[in-house]
Design a binder for this molecule. Sequence first.
Ligand code: PLP
Length: 490
Amino acid sequence: MDIEAFRKAGYQAIDRICDYYYSLEQKPVASQVHPGYLRELLPAAAPEEGEDFQAIADDYQKLIVPGLTHWQHPNFYAYFPTACTFEGMLGDLYATSATNPGFNWACSPACTELEAVVMDWAAQLFGLAGHFLNSSEIGGGVIQTTASDSALVAIVAARARYTAAHPDVRLEDLVIYTTTQTHSLGVKAALVLGLACRALEVSADDRFALRGAALRAALDADKARGKHPFVLVGTVGTTSSGAVDRLDEIGEVLKEHPDVWLHVDAAWAGVTLACPEYRAPAQLASINAHADSFCTNFHKWGLVNFDASTLWVRNRRHLTDALDVTPEFLRTKQGDAGTVIDYRNWHLSLGRRFRSLKVWFVLRSYGAAGFREHIRKGIALNAHFAALVRAAPPFALVTEPSFALSVFRLAPPLPGVADGEREAALDALNRAYYARLAARPDVLLTQTVLNGTFCIRFAVGAARTTQDHVERAWGAIQEEARAALAEWEA
Ligand code: PLP
């Protein structure tokens, strides 16, 4: 394709993307295709001769779009929505147009310098303490691919710091601490690193938050049997219920264990820190006082299209001590002089995408005020949903709503079911109910299990969701509940 053909195909692509957004609400939220549908439609091997690009672009519409689940659909309430924006898309388009693996400052100074500046903007937007800023030249921020990568990088740094202080420790005695509510990223990091992982118990009475006493008991017990817990992954906004670990208590306990690294995974809820009124619930003061590393994803609720996971560390040397490998062919004058950031030493791969561009576009176009408004809108819509649930027994919230997430189920009286069998009966009823809901094309929610209780999550956050959408979704949720209850009674 030459430049003029690109101009033409590019205009068409933008037109078609606009049409896609205009027609989004008419599409089923979840793709309706069957497994293997695409293999049936595509040739078994790449074409020998190049094809006309128009045919390729048309096949995208015909073959690929039907196989998409529309995460930008305003009635997408599953997992955690990804609030993507046109500004973010354009940022990615420009970034890819200059395709540039920006691993060293010298590879493309703008890539490194924009990331360093934008990460400081974001740190200030979230109220992070000065030591997390790149301008501090002590800590700093870096954009990773995902929160799972951010956690892995933080744990690698934590391990390096710990083993440097305890050179005789055996790797099999190192332990990563998570909780039963931590995202799979804790176990995944343990698998990758070949280390043990212990999930600490949390209780429904504490709304699934890790408390200081449970951490202290685990540390004492593990250390007494010769184990070396060296990192704790705490969470602000767990996936299942939005729980916020008690970072204040955790921080106090870790003062007695200063070699244990605290990584705070706020992949979803961290962006609420942009709003002063959510800083206490998200425990900003404890993040600033105690966290060695903090991660939130702009690519979830934060208006930036996937991927943009932002990671800050209290001390950048812990990253570079763990990850700096500099063969001759990667040396540069500026790197040798130590006057620049070489981001290749702050993550796992060498090459990296120019992600800061889309974050910069979004933060400038929305401004801090527009960003806050988006977060507040999500929380207000969820509060509205939670009020509807509360007012409509046999619907019941399973835990208190958290930020923009509600977790609910049906809990009718079930006459004739013995007390000892009630939970099993409710489990069966709610699973049947969720199956009905999941089959609907007009709304998408996902399920979870909390303390053995099967429940349904309603997560607000897509950029185009309004109160009207929430009310229509509530209509669908009620309709399927009536049908599930009728079926149960029959
Ligand atoms: N942490 C939490 C609390 C999450 O909810 C999620 C995903 O939903 C993740 C981490 C994983 O995010 P990523 O896909 O960026 O690794």
